[in-house]
Structure formats: structure tokens, C-alpha cells
Design a protein around this ligand. Sequence first.
Ligand SMILES: [Zn+2]
Length: 88
Amino acid sequence: MVELEDLMEEIENLKFEINGIKREIHELTPHKHCLNCGIAIPPDKTFCSKKCEDEWNNMVKKKKRFTYIWLLFLGILLIILMFSMGHP
Ligand SMILES: [Zn+2]
């Protein structure tokens, strides 16, 4: 029965090797990753689903809003600084 065990072990090793080759093939085939969740998608797409696209757009919108608020805050700070310099 020792032979069968050896064979099983060899099969396991081959399975491991095949998985490695599969991964290599996946890396070689042209593909992109979904901007939102990161799973592999066809190169002509940017997102894997409409849901991910919506989530991404919402995130970008929030980021933009945050940037505007930050710039506004900096602008106000600058104006305050300029005024305080004018009237020491
Ligand atoms: Zn996605």
C-alpha cells in the first residue's frame, strides 16, 4: 500500500504545481482589476459590476466634497491671517 500513498502524494504535488501554473496564466492574460473591490475583470471594463461603479462614484464624490471643504477652510484661514497682519 506504500506505492499508493506515494502516488497520492505525487498527485497532491502535481495539483499544487497546476495551481501555480494556473495563477501564472492568469497573470499573463491581459486583465484589469475592479477599481472598487479589486477582483480581476476584462481589460475593456473598469468595474466588475454596476454596484461597484456606483460605490466608487459615491466615494469619489465624497472625496471631492471633502477637498472643497478643506480648500474653503484654508482660504478662510488665509483671509483671517491677512486681516490680522493688516491690523496688528
Ligand atoms: Zn468590484
